[in-house]
Design a protein around this ligand. Structure first.
Ligand code: ARG
Length: 590
């Protein structure tokens, strides 16, 4: 027995191969076996492969006479493999691939163990303790657009994957609440609506109108522009009249953003740009003492090799920039919050900004030179969303997309589809509403997460709400169907979990079981590579495996009923965990 039923097959196998390799080639250090689930074309030979024996052999060949080729080395590695319940058999094929067939008994026991002790026993393990995920982060008074929706959905899933792996995640909303737009907004209010004590602007719609009007004036009226710039300075120096109006404007935006976040069930803590203001002075001084800050046309900048424009710390008028705040925020996150990994989720358009400021932080010695060791930073970028006409994304009603309208429409459409299927007659109004919400928002999230995040995608309600193909609707159906199979059996699953035995005798049972056991390593891979679509892919394949199993293996009323019901239950549990990590609410009937 290996002592524990860790869900991560890959890690367990890697450990076995590590030990064998040490025994087989004891004087060679630093060799790493590469273990991976077998590609489709090798699956007949085994479930996993160690596929770098040829590479290891090419290192050994010049100095080793013990083996006469990679296949022989492979054989030796196989014979030195420590005995383990996990492995049924191994074979060496072709130029030296080692194929591993897992023991179905062991697999079955691992799944039984998860059923008894819960899916958290399959959580990936990591040495990282605290991570900042900086996501959503809209700009106050400006439109919270579909890019912020992508950031919110992707960032939330990354946070959830890490939380499942028992990492403490600081979810940060780095709202743009300190930019130059405030000068123009406040100045406009003071000029056009004097004495109103800013009670005229109370809703987000009014605020956006104010933004547009003041921006027009700012762009066309040089006198106003100058006044607006002064207003920023007054605000930044803490003038109470300006600060009061600023706070009011922030509050309106915050209320609107919170509505979206609440609907999406995304938790976030706001630490906006203004929060880091007190840290800017010391931060610049530290960089200055390190000799990194230079004068350039009256501004204070850091030059970075290979970048045409330097990182602007202080503008010639004394103001700070987006980059200044990001440097101060990074300092704070590393030194005050003691985060080991800081993940920024924004559109790909900001790549250059992050490249530049990460390089500056490396130059300052805040981060190690390589991007493998901690503390680590990553820019999680994503592509654009376009409308079905391939143009800029807009809704029918307005020329900019209000996120709340988007959510409303997703819900309305999914509700209409449920009513069309007669669910309004079967369910209570509350059930109908909750299901419509779960399906509608789930569809929206999944449609975003399923694509490799770097690619652009086309937003289509029809596609995302389709009940076939890679959609949340299809997956939620698959889950509800499993629940109904279990319900129809009339069995008490809690009792069955503790008394029943699970077997993986049929090929489809075995294939499904193996896929279930690969959940943990999939989450691990998706969180290490910061690629949520890998988990979507996994979930889709899981439902495909289940379909194959269900159409080949009778469950209710068969002699294998207990075992197969347990397999159904395990599938439903893993599906629910996937939904949870993707921020989707599962439904039990559809
Ligand atoms: N407010 C920015 C925007 O809307 C995103 C902020 C991202 N986070 C950061 N630390 N720069 O584009």
């Amino acid at each position: 027995m290996d002592g524990e039923f860790g869900g991560n097959l890959k890690q367990q196998l890697k450990k076995l191969f590590d030990e064998s390799l040490k025994l087989t080639v004891s004087d060679e250090h630093g060799l790493e076996p590469l273990v991976a689930a077998s590609d489709a074309k090798f699956r007949k030979l085994g479930d996993y492969q160690c596929n770098n024996v040829m590479g290891i052999w090419s290192i050994l060949k010049p100095k080793c006479s013990q083996f006469n080729g990679a296949p022989a080395l492979g054989q030796a590695i196989v014979s030195n493999l420590p005995t383990s319940e996990l492995v049924k058999s191994c074979s060496v094929t072709g130029p030296g691939f080692i194929n591993v067939v897992l023991s179905a008994e062991y697999m079955a026991k691992s799944i039984e163990n998860m059923l008894i002790n819960g899916i958290d026993t399959w959580a990936p393990t990591t040495s990282v303790k605290r991570v900042v995920v900086d996501f959503c982060s809209p700009n106050i008074a400006k439109e919270m657009h579909v890019g912020h929706l992508r950031s919110t959905i992707i960032g939330d899933t990354i946070a959830r994957m890490l939380e499942y792996s028992k990492v403490e995640v600081l979810r940060r909303n780095h709202v743009g609440d300190w930019g130059t737009q405030f000068g123009m907004l406040i100045e406009y209010l003071f000029e056009e609506l004097p004495g109103s004590d800013n009670e005229v602007v109370t809703t987000i719609g009014e605020l956006q109108l104010l933004y547009r009007k003041s921006k027009r004036k700012f762009d066309h009226d040089p006198v106003f522009k100058e006044k607006a710039q002064h207003a920023v300075v007054r605000l930044q120096s803490g003038d109470p009249v300006y600060v009061k109006t600023w706070a009011k404007i922030c509050e309106i935006s915050r209320t609107e953003a919170n509505k979206v976040l609440q609907r999406l069930q995304v938790k976030l803590e706001e630490k906006g740009e203004s929060f880091y203001k007190p840290y800017i002075g010391n931060m610049i001084e530290e960089l200055n003492n390190k000799g990194l800050v230079q004068e350039s046309d009256g501004a204070r900048v850091i030059f970075i090799k290979d970048f045409k424009t330097p990182l602007m710390l202080v503008k010639s008028d004394g103001g700070f920039t987006y980059s200044t705040t990001d440097m101060a925020a990074l300092w704070y996150r590393l030194n005050e919050e003691k985060a080991e990994w800081i993940i920024y989720v924004t559109d790909a358009g900001q790549k250059e900004h992050f490249d530049l400021f990460f390089k500056a932080a490396r130059k300052a010695g805040w981060l190690p030179d390589n991007d493998k060791t901690y503390p680590k930073v990553n820019h999680v970028d994503f592509g654009l969303v376009s409308g079905e006409d391939k143009k800029r994304f807009r809704t029918r009603a307005a020329d900019v997309v209000r996120l709340i309208d988007l959510l409303d429409e997703a819900k309305t459409r999914s509700k209409a589809a449920l009513i069309e299927r007669g669910k309004d007659k079967e369910w209570t109004l509350e059930e109908l509403d909750q299901t419509a919400e779960a399906v509608g928002y789930g569809a929206l999230k999944f449609a975003d997460l399923k694509n490799n995040r770097s690619t652009n995608y086309t937003f289509s309600f029809d596609q995302m709400l389709c009940d076939k193909g890679k959609t949340a609707v299809y997956l939620l159906y698959a889950h509800a169907r499993i629940c109904s199979i279990i319900r129809k059996s009339g069995k008490d699953m809690n009792e069955l979990k503790n008394t029943g035995k699970l077997a993986l005798d049929h090929v489809e049972e075995r294939a499904l079981g193996l896929h279930l056991l690969q959940f943990s390593e999939t989450v691990e891979e998706a969180s290490t590579k910061l690629l949520p679509h890998l988990l979507c892919e996994y979930l889709y394949e899981l439902s495909e495996h289940f379909s194959k199993f269900y159409s080949n293996c009778q469950v209710n009323g068969s002699t294998e009923e207990t075992s197969r019901l347990l397999l159904c239950e395990a599938t439903a549990i893993v599906m629910r965990k996937c939904f949870h990590v993707l921020g989707i609410t599962p439904v039990y009937k559809l």
